[in-house]
Design a protein around this ligand. Structure first.
Ligand code: SF4
Length: 403
């Protein structure tokens, strides 16, 4: 039976997205107590940690780290604020970080300064004796939260019923999804992809089937489809709150690409008007954006690619280059600091970080580290073994993709 219309659910992380957007102040960490006054819903900590200022936090984090030595590795995603990223042993995108975690066999504890789905992936890829810890359990990802497991299974069942045996649809999930969604792909001949290998994953899927269900980011899916000459007329967007995703059976049968109705609240802030404004201020500007941006923004940019791609294109450019970047503000700030001989700015003049990445504050790091020095493990992320095994299948298929 086809599922009926459902009541829409908006992820809390998205409602809170604007909590830290600001136009007239620098983004500097305050005590956790003060940051809580923005009205966000973060994990509560003992009051001692909440009130601690940046200097004391810094001294105590360094002390706890040195006590833990090689037992601990700290990973930091590019989108983490600078007051957090400075403690990272390794900085990268979500997949690089998980691979790095898996290679650090000596480390019993992996402190993942990123968001929940990343810590889950690190847990899946790391050894059984390693413990992955997320400093703040409410650091989720609003995009990952948009693809709830029950809704995706309902969609999968509906597609199976509509398409029958005439078509073979392959599920692909972006790395930015829960372990449960990765497992669903693993169980159903599907694969995981990142923003750097999405085209290779599409090719892989179209060699095995004639349709793709892409989760959870419609924009990465659409941009990848367009780059592979799949016309928009052959794409449908699946609204999980409407019966049959809001389409007729004919529309589903005629489509090649079914895009889940998810998006990144950070990357969809970028607009054509911002690009036009940057070009009028800096005629030589190179506009580079992330493929989670909308397709009109990606088309108007000079280039687009993953965070690693953006990092590399800036690094490889000559001194004096000007870049208008369409990605998360902390990442743009890190690039501007590391390349002072270049002009680097964020296309969005309203400073708006990824609110969920921003939930990692040095106070959480200290709380976790001081616990570990006493043998107490808090906030461990442990994926159910059956889910992990199937998610691993989809991740391993991705690892087998041509580079
Ligand atoms: S930037 Fe977007 S996709 Fe990345 S963690 Fe934040 S909300 Fe999720």
């Amino acid at each position: 039976m086809v599922t009926k219309n459902k009541k829409p659910v908006i992820p809390i992380a998205e409602i809170e997205q604007s909590a830290f957007c600001q136009t007239d102040a620098k983004l500097v960490s305050k005590s956790l107590d003060e940051e809580f006054s923005s009205g966000v819903r973060w994990q509560k900590l003992p009051i001692e940690y909440m009130r601690m200022g940046p200097d004391e936090l810094d001294v105590r984090i360094r002390e706890a780290r040195s006590k833990l030595g090689d037992q601990l590795v700290i990973l930091g995603h590019h989108y983490q604020r600078s007051e957090v990223i400075k403690y990272a042993d390794f900085r990268g995108d979500s997949f690089n970080l998980s691979q790095f975690a898996a290679s650090q066999k000596q480390a019993e504890y992996i402190l993942f300064c990123g968001v929940h789905f990343m810590a889950e992936t690190a847990d899946i890829l790391s050894a059984d004796n390693q413990k992955t810890i997320l400093p703040n359990l409410t650091a989720g990802c609003s995009m990952a939260d948009m693809a709830r497991e029950d809704d995706v299974w309902d969609c999968w069942d509906d597609l199976d019923q509509v398409l029958g045996s005439d078509d073979k649809i392959i599920p692909i999930t972006y790395m930015n999804s829960t372990a449960a969604i990765k497992a669903l792909c693993g169980r159903n001949d599907g694969i995981v992809c990142t923003s750097s290998n999405a085209s290779a994953a599409f090719e892989w899927a179209l060699n095995r089937g004639n349709k793709i269900l892409f989760l959870p980011d419609q924009h990465l899916g659409r941009n990848t489809g367009l780059s592979m000459n799949i016309p928009e007329s052959e794409m449908v967007v699946w609204n999980p709150f409407k019966a049959l995703g809001g389409h007729t059976t004919a529309q589903i049968k005629d489509s090649k690409l079914v895009l889940w109705q998810g998006h990144c609240s950070v990357h969809t802030r970028f607009t054509l008007a911002q690009i036009n404004e940057a070009r009028s201020k800096f005629p030589d500007v190179h506009i580079v954006v992330h493929p989670e941006c909308t397709s009109d923004v990606v088309k108007a940019a000079d280039s687009y690619g993953s965070t690693e791609y953006i990092k590399q294109i800036v690094k490889d450019s000559p001194a004096g280059s000007v870049f208008g970047i369409g990605t998360e503000i902390s990442m743009v700030n890190h690039l501007a600091k590391e390349h002072e001989d270049k002009t680097i700015f964020c296309l969005d003049s309203v400073v708006c970080p990824c609110s969920t990445m921003y939930r990692i504050h040095p106070a959480y790091i200290l709380w976790v580290l001081e616990g570990l020095t006493e043998g107490v493990v808090v906030n461990q992320i442990k994926v159910d073994s059956d889910v992990a095994a199937h998610a691993r299948v989809a991740l391993d298929r991705m690892l087998g993709l041509p580079k």
